[in-house]
Design a protein around this ligand. Structure first.
Ligand code: ZN
Length: 316
């Protein structure tokens, strides 16, 4: 949400501490989470989604999100994001000092009911309540409010999701006061032609409010979808360190695309991310130490950088 520094072409938003950790049943100790987030910040990440304010009964992995936000919110130059499902979660996130709230809205009715217990229309109403709460705060104390529309490229329950339905939802969210509306390939169904088309249509509908691309590598299309979204003008991408969380439906495949590989690809393409790949690999070691035996994915950490590689941002 924070303005992009001039030295950065593409924002890589790290979602591992939320999306990655909530997909595994093991719980990373709070101190390890905080250490990991600090290492990510030191590597140059400017956006980190650090947890979600949901019922600890439902997701015990996220019970310490308030503590994690409070310990990281003062990190220089880092936008601290937290997922909130409703007004109550938003109040907790604001009290902890999160800079930006992300809210779940799904284009698939069945996915929405199963995942957050409300229809897509009811989810938009919850988002409007949170935007009203934001607007009631004094200027300077207002968090950003963002939505990534999940199942935008297809749904494991409903199958194909009509593009017009996704765009109608995006327009409704823009009217509700959301500052950034992205598209998420929750199911890993998306292909590059579809991604280029839908993001191009999204930009035509809501202009500068069009937000991040969130891609899963379930069927191996993750980075190809990033390139297609780049061609449609997308400048923020979500990714998870080590593809943490994996994909329960496709053994060996990551859930979210891998941050290390995404940053390498962008820098190799001449796009500056502000992120130091060696610092990223060092942060990955902290995840390994905190979750011994948990599968971590990615090619760059194993293969290393090409000989003589110079990142777009210049040698570090
Ligand atoms: Zn994801």
């Amino acid at each position: 949400m924070a303005p992009k520094p001039h030295s950065i072409d593409i924002v890589v938003s790290e979602v591992g501490p939320r999306d990655g950790l909530q997909s595994i049943s093991r719980i990373m100790p709070t101190a390890a989470k905080i250490g990991w987030i600090k290492a990510l910040a030191a590597a140059g990440l400017s956006e980190i989604e650090v947890g979600s304010f949901v019922s600890p009964k439902r997701l015990p992995q996220m019970a310490d999100t308030g503590e994690v936000v409070r310990a990281t919110r003062a990190l220089a130059g880092v936008d601290i994001l937290a997922l909130v499902p409703n007004l109550h979660g938003a109040q907790d996130a604001i009290a902890a000092g999160a800079h930006t709230l992300t809210m779940p809205v799904s284009a698939s009715r069945e996915h929405s009911l199963k995942n957050i217990g409300v229809t897509p229309e009811e989810a938009v109403a919850k988002v409007a309540e949170v935007c009203a709460l934001r607007d009631s705060l004094p200027a300077g104390a207002r968090p950003g409010v963002e939505v990534g529309i999940s199942t935008a490229f297809g749904c494991t329950l409903e199958g194909a999701v009509p593009e017009d339905r996704v765009l109608t939802l995006a327009v409704a969210l823009a009217r509700a006061g959301v500052q950034s509306i992205g598209l998420s390939d929750t199911s890993g169904y998306g292909n590059p032609a579809q991604v280029r088309r839908l993001f191009t249509r999204l930009k035509a509908e809501i202009g500068p409010l069009a937000g991040a691309g969130h891609f899963h590598n379930t069927r191996g299309q993750g980075l190809a979808n990033v390139v297609a979204a780049l061609e449609a003008g997308v400048t923020t991408f979500d990714a998870s360190q080590g593809g943490l969380g994996g994909c329960p439906y496709a053994p060996g495949a990551t859930g979210n695309i891998v941050t290390e590989d995404l940053v390498f690809m962008l820098e190799a393409m001449g796009l500056r991310t502000g992120i130091d790949i060696a610092g990223l690999v060092a942060a990955r070691e902290l995840v390994k130490a905190a979750l011994p035996g948990e599968p971590l994915y990615g090619h760059i950490p194993d293969a290393g950088l090409p000989k003589g590689f110079t990142p777009a941002g210049g040698a570090t």
